[in-house]
Design a protein around this ligand. Structure first.
Ligand SMILES: [Zn+2]
Length: 287
């Protein structure tokens, strides 16, 4: 069964740990993440970007696959299926398809418009029992080949959005999607602290978890981050292990070309990354 992310994140914030959101791209990703969450007795959030949703042929396919796996794999830890960086229309489609959580990314709108659209979604999500993530201050990273620096959110704008009744809030604190550049200045703990003081109990979300040093992750959790998004890191682990398998010529030995064999090292590598993150975030045995 899929659950909203509300309860797991409120517990995480109170218990000073964070729940990982691991983005999925296909069956191997989903299977690897679910099996590690179960093995470590950790709550987990499966993130789906609009692009990944399209890749998997649509949100209904995603819901069917995830629900089926939870049942067939006897997954008993809390699992939320969450739309990552959704548009307003994307949120509506996921709500209809049976997701248990959505993120509305209105950070590129003027704050008034972000508030108006978030407000509408708060009402719909409340009625249907879904959790809702909102974003203030856009998160940097590569988009259409342009690498933007991570913005820092305005703490007063964060409070305005938090007060609408969203479940969790992503605030830009200098974080970036994808790999961090050499000259990255690090997370702005000053901003994070100011946001947390304005938003109180609201679980905060840290996007762009790939490559943030461990001490910064721990400090962010201490300052109220209760959800950390990991996407690129699993992709890099998968690619590295798959490359190794092929470079060693294993696909040419026996039935090494069988997709179940060819994709196995990558799937194991995703597991290792997820295990490492759950350990670091402190959510093991918190299911
Ligand atoms: Zn993000």
């Amino acid at each position: 069964m899929l659950v909203s992310a509300k309860e797991m994140l409120e517990k995480a914030k109170a218990g000073h740990y964070a729940v990982g959101q691991f983005n999925i791209n296909n069956l191997e990703w989903t299977k690897s993440i679910l099996s590690v969450a179960q093995e470590m007795n950790s709550p987990v959030i499966l993130g789906v970007s609009e692009g990944a949703g399209k890749y998997m042929t649509g949100y209904k396919t995603v819901v069917g696959m995830v629900k089926g796996m939870i049942e067939e794999m006897n997954i008993t830890v809390p699992v939320a299926l969450h739309l990552d960086h959704g548009s307003y229309d994307g949120c509506m489609k996921c709500i209809e398809a049976g997701f248990s959580s959505v993120m509305f990314d209105g950070s590129h709108y003027p704050i008034e418009e972000n508030i108006a659209k978030t407000k509408e979604l708060v009402a719909i999500c409340k009625e249907k029992g879904l959790s809702l993530e909102a974003e203030v201050g856009s998160i940097g990273g590569e988009e259409d080949g342009v690498v933007g620096a991570g913005e820092c959110a305005d703490p007063n704008e964060c409070k305005a959005i938090a007060d609408l009744g969203v479940t969790m809030l992503a605030a830009g604190i200098g974080n970036i999607h994808g790999k961090y550049p050499e000259n990255w200045k690090g997370l702005s703990f000053e901003t994070l602290d100011a946001v947390q003081q304005q938003t109180g109990e609201m679980p905060l979300v840290l996007h762009g978890g790939t490559g943030i040093p461990e001490d910064m992750i721990k400090k962010a959790i201490n300052l109220g981050v209760a959800k950390i998004n990991v996407n690129t890191e699993c992709q890099l682990s998968f690619a590295e292990a798959t490359r190794k398998y092929i470079e060693e010529g294993k696909d040419l030995q026996g039935k090494g070309f069988d997709p179940r064999k060819l994709l196995a090292p990558g799937a194991e590598a995703i597991k290792a990354t997820v295990r490492e993150k759950i350990e670091l975030f402190g959510s093991a045995n918190r299911a």
